[in-house]
Ligand binder design. Structure first.
Ligand code: HEM
Length: 404
């Protein structure tokens, strides 16, 4: 029988328990001609405490798309349009995630495929609140991120009133959702920017493994795990002091980080390993053990020098070095061809999730910005910060508790 589970579909760096909220369809297993594989049949739930696409295992395809609301007659009209849009988007997302066609004028792009772990996640940017007359509801956590000295941000590819993250384990299923979301926007919102990403396909490795990025590093090892007792508190906004509409919500920081791959690939493997503080082959700390062994930050080599260098990325970003700052990194790699200077326009669509950006991304990036060994090989090219409310209950649309 071609039954799927989230684990079999590839945990890809996130150890997900029930929080992943996925089931596999086996309805067609009796008919081998139409039976779906595990990859195609796995469905992630749209309704629930949290929106999908946060603790869901990494998918092999991703699209990020930001919209600005169209100019309306005033905040009340803008809010009315936004309500109608969030309603349309929620209906589309729940249908597509269940493997059904869009309600209105489906394009047929995903015909033949199952849900393929499709997730559609919606967020609100800082500018959304003023435009819709909801400034009083805007959480302080959406205050602009501080400027970092190494930022090279393009404002046209940053921020946005609304943000949609689409992930799926099939390229056509992901694109199908992207087109449906864009069509639903109609005249209510126009695309501000869009980015495409990928990760390894489920089943490409002998067993589910932590993902690799385009520098070849095992990336995601030290992510907080849903099974850890403080996971929810670190990733989802706690009850105390939050606006009610953010119950079950989280904040997403999105950065397009270009990798200077030509320069990176000129380093020897031992030099590359020094930059991170971990082995390239299996992600194990340079201080020994396997991928999941703790880094021994005080250990010195025969020459008396620290084995994990002072400026190693894994040292600087460790929660122990940042007052416990933690985030769930859930990125996609990107490759948009060759830039005008002949170098690959490739890197990481870095997406991290946290209960409070000031206790997650900001303190860590501040430290990395001051002298991380990796910073010579990367450029932060765009930035976005979005409030992602909790998942809707059945019959509700995403953001209903904010908008009504
Ligand atoms: C860890 C790569 C950007 C935060 C790591 C690891 C690698 C890595 C290979 C070690 C394995 C792991 O625990 O996942 C990269 C690359 C980046 C990048 C290639 C850019 C292209 C960032 C940024 C932040 C960040 C911008 C946040 C501001 C972290 C954190 C850890 C980590 C929190 C885990 C540290 C720990 O828990 O001990 N990164 N990283 N990284 N990185 Fe990055």
């Amino acid at each position: 029988r071609l039954l799927g589970t989230v684990g079999a579909a590839g945990a890809a760096g996130l150890a997900i328990g029930a929080a992943g909220g996925a089931v596999a369809h086996a309805s067609t297993a009796d008919d081998p001609a139409t039976a779906l594989t595990t990859v195609g049949s796995t469905e992630v739930m749209f309704h629930g405490k949290h929106q999908p696409g946060i603790t869901t295992p990494l998918q092999s395809r991703g699209h990020l798309i930001a919209f600005d609301l169209a100019a309306a007659a005033g905040p009340a009209a803008a809010r009315k349009d936004a309500i109608a849009l969030m309603r349309r988007w929620s209906v589309t997302a729940s249908r597509l995630m269940a493997g059904k066609p869009a309600a209105d004028g489906d394009t047929g792009i995903a015909l033949d495929a199952g849900p393929s772990s499709l997730t559609v996640t919606f967020g609100f940017g800082r500018t959304f609140f003023g435009r819709t007359g909801l400034a009083a509801q805007r959480p302080a956590a959406l205050d602009p991120l501080p400027a970092f000295s190494s930022d090279q941000l393009d404002p046209r590819r940053s921020e946005g009133d609304l943000w949609v993250q689409i992930g799926a384990n099939d390229g056509l299923v992901a694109f199908h959702a992207l087109r449906a979301i864009q069509k639903d926007a109609g005249k209510a919102a126009r695309v501000r920017w869009q980015m495409n990403g990928f990760n390894r396909s489920p089943g490409a490795t002998a067993h589910p493994m932590t993902a690799r990025n385009l520098m070849g590093q095992v990336d995601g090892t030290r992510n907080p795990k849903p099974s850890e007792p403080d996971f929810d508190q670190r990733i989802f906004v706690p009850a105390e002091g939050r606006p009610g509409w953010m119950a079950g919500g989280s904040y997403a920081v999105v950065r397009r980080i270009r990798m200077l791959l030509d320069n990176w690939e000129r380093l020897s493997v031992p030099e590359q390993e020094q930059v991170i503080g971990r082995r390239k082959s299996d992600g194990a700390p340079l201080t020994g053990g396997s991928e999941t062994t703790e880094l021994d930050l005080d250990k010195t080599g025969p020459d008396g020098k620290l084995i994990v260098a002072d400026n190693a990325h894994a040292r600087i970003s460790a929660p122990e070095q940042n007052g416990g700052a933690a985030m769930l990194r859930r990125p996609y790699s990107f490759h948009d061809g060759i830039a005008a200077d002949g170098t690959p326009d490739a890197g990481l669509l870095f997406i991290c999730w946290q209960a409070d950006p000031l206790k997650g991304f900001v303190p860590v990036q501040r430290k990395l910005d001051r002298g991380d060994a990796l910073s010579t090989f990367i450029h932060h090219e765009s930035s976005g910060l979005f409030a992602v409310p909790g998942g809707p209950e059945s019959g509700e649309y995403v953001g209903q508790r904010l908008l009504e």
